[in-house]
Design a protein around this ligand. Structure first.
Ligand code: ZN
Length: 176
């Protein structure tokens, strides 16, 4: 029961940013009890909360006409699940995010936008429809995201990754 309330407070307060008093009314708990549990979560899930702040920033930056996630909760849950599904690796080249983080911290420091590179980015598989939603998005590394751009489809890009020259030769042949 306690664990369930804790999980609900995590969701309502930390993910959805609902007001404390509303949560207390909703869960029928005292304000002091709420504060105690919120403090516990703050201590116990620091890394997760830090990552959540980063993902929220991402969510805020992506808002626009092709953005179809209805709220942060939906986006956050999608991101976390997708990250696990991909085993913390780029969807295309399978490089681990932790490897890229280290490389961008220690080696590729000349990148113009300092926030790019260290984390997997939200990539749209079908760039024609251009939509940000659960079905069309995956997490890709900085390199694949730039490389695939809006030129290649998902299938084409996998083929291109295998053998760049062969891929272009084949595309070239098909012109004739
Ligand atoms: Zn990649």
């Amino acid at each position: 029961m306690q664990q369930d309330i804790k999980e609900q407070i995590f969701d309502k307060y930390f993910v959805n940013c609902e007001k404390a008093q509303l949560i207390c009314n909703d869960l029928k708990i005292k304000r002091s009890e709420f504060s105690e549990i919120a403090k516990q979560i703050d201590n116990e899930r620091q890394d997760e909360l830090k990552e959540m702040r980063r993902i929220r920033q991402l969510y805020n930056n992506k808002q626009g006409e092709n953005f179809e996630f209805t709220n942060f909760n939906e986006f956050y849950k999608w991101y976390i699940t997708q990250f696990e599904k991909q085993k913390a690796c780029c969807y295309y080249c399978k490089t681990e995010e932790s490897v890229l983080t280290k490389l961008f911290e220690k080696k590729y420091t000349s990148v113009k936008r300092p926030n790019r590179g260290k984390h997997l980015e939200v990539e749209r598989r079908d760039s024609d429809s251009n939509k940000y939603n659960k079905d069309n998005c995956v997490l890709a590394c900085y390199f694949c995201n730039n490389d695939k751009s809006d030129i290649f489809s998902e299938d084409q890009y996998f083929e291109y990754l295998k053998d760049r020259k062969q891929f272009f030769d084949k595309q070239f042949q098909s012109l004739k």
